[in-house]
Ligand binder design. Structure first.
Ligand SMILES: Nc1ncnc2c1ncn2[C@@H]1O[C@H](COP(=O)(O)OP(=O)(O)OP(=O)(O)O)[C@@H](O)[C@H]1O
Ligand SMILES: [Mg+2]
Length: 193
């Protein structure tokens, strides 16, 4: 089973045990252990910290925006691959999704608009709390890498952010896809020289 199958599956199943994080505590511990793993694979301290911070934002969101209202399986999918020059993380949840959570502050938006707002505006589904920085931080952090690739799907909107060598050339685009999903599936792929 991969993350996309898990999130779109009509039957309610938990992800494989080594990938499933039912609570925030569990995922926080796993995110923290990524730091050690990166260092052991030769990634430097500041890069490792940046990756850990990015993973912290994406995994926090799964819990922050679904508190007490998980439709079925609570928690998130958290899967990483760590090599000396390549890092991959897949984070997914079967929660309410971005459109539904932003609906409260922006009624009537569709999935496509919801992703654009979530990644570009300092606005939050938890207004009036002063928040809404996480995903903007993620994009800026990913600009630091010589080669970076992020995909993030919620509903029928799929955002991708690609960057190579020159941070100014990095592009963010959102398209509509055929298979809609309720929660979020995100994947980050980073390469260091
Ligand atoms: N996994 C998710 N499930 C549902 N909604 C999400 C998810 N991730 C992000 N969102 C929506 O996107 C908005 C923007 O996310 P972002 O992380 O930038 O800000 P925030 O989580 O509200 O605040 P902060 O990250 O600064 O604490 C959120 O307010 C929420 O409405
Ligand atoms: Mg957040």
């Amino acid at each position: 089973m991969d993350a996309l199958h898990w999130v779109t599956s009509p039957s309610v199943t938990e992800p494989p045990q080594e990938i499933y994080c039912q609570t925030r505590d569990i995922v926080q511990a796993k995110v923290e252990s990524v730091r050690m793993n990166l260092l052991q694979h030769g990634w430097d301290e500041s890069t490792s910290s940046l990756i850990v911070a990015v993973l912290g934002e994406l995994t926090s969101n799964a819990f922050d925006h679904n508190l007490g209202q998980w439709p079925d399986v609570p928690g998130c999918w958290f899967e990483t691959t760590i090599d000396p020059h390549r890092f991959v993380a897949i984070i997914a949840d079967r929660g309410q999704g971005v459109r539904s959570s932003l609906q409260r502050v922006r009624p009537g938006i569709n999935d496509h608009e919801a992703l654009r707002i979530a990644f570009t505006e300092h606005i939050t589904g938890r207004a009036p709390e002063k928040r809404g920085n996480g995903l903007k931080f993620v994009i800026n952090a990913l600009r630091e890498f010589p080669k970076t690739n992020l995909t993030f799907q919620s509903g029928d909107a799929l955002l991708s952010f690609h960057g190579q060598m020159n941070p100014e050339d990095a592009t963010l685009e959102i398209i509509n896809v055929q298979t809609s999903l309720r929660g979020v599936v995100s994947k980050i792929e980073l390469t260091q020289l």
